[in-house]
Ligand binder design. Sequence first.
Ligand code: NAD
Length: 255
Amino acid sequence: NLQGKTALVTGSTSGIGLGIAERLAEAGARLILNGFGDVDAAKDSVARHGQTPGYHAADLSDPAQIDELMRYAEQDFGGVDILVNNAGIQYVSPVEDFPAAKWDAVIAINLSAVFHTSRLALPGMRERGWGRIVNVASVHGLVASKEKAAYVAAKHGVIGLTKVIALETACTRITCNAICPGWVLTPLVQQQIDKRAAVSGDLQQARDELLAEKQPSLEFVTPGQLGELTLFLCSDAAEQVRGAAWNMDGGWLAQ
Ligand code: NAD
């Protein structure tokens, strides 16, 4: 039961972040949403699962906007009890063709933003004596795939950062963990399916091949399932789960 807790989920206007926000709202948390795109649809769907959420439009590639986001959370909600670092982008290219600006953007959003939100959320969590940080990493935080240099580097970094924060908070009621999804059918992955289909001309085949390459279950993980895992990590039962990198991946990492 998360009644009385405030949860900030970054990148929660779509995909996994929205699925996690809905589950946390259902459990009674007050939500702060963040991200681009159809903000009203995201707010409505979270409100249907619980309380009307707050929202801040911070672009997480900019540390100054992260400051503003965390100030909004402090002033309007009394701080963040549950921080879900979910916002992320992908860029696919061989290393030697990888645009330097794309490298910088992926590292800023997928890794540095996790550092900034965490360092700004932790003092309040310490003051209130309770907190949960859940970082949405990826199987690509633990193993690599070709043509994803920045993403794989950032996600490995997120898991390292998760462990450091877990150690620094080990003697408190604050925990920090990472979750590591395999393929989830969100706009981020649909783009990769579309890119494959542009070559083969067959969307269904592109989708089947994407799964068959890496995910033995041949089924996508769902945002709702990742929401349930996040809910568990926020529970009292998970108080001694610290510094974990927990995969939910249809068997990807078992190979
Ligand atoms: P998505 O594209 O559906 O959602 C990404 C969210 O992040 C959106 O709300 C978007 O508006 C927001 N966002 C993007 N750039 C931002 C920025 N600069 N500032 C603030 N918000 C920004 O993607 P998704 O698949 O739901 O991905 C969510 C997280 O899950 C990412 O960290 C991704 O790396 C991770 N992940 C996804 C998969 C998958 O298969 N989809 C697998 C493993 C990990």
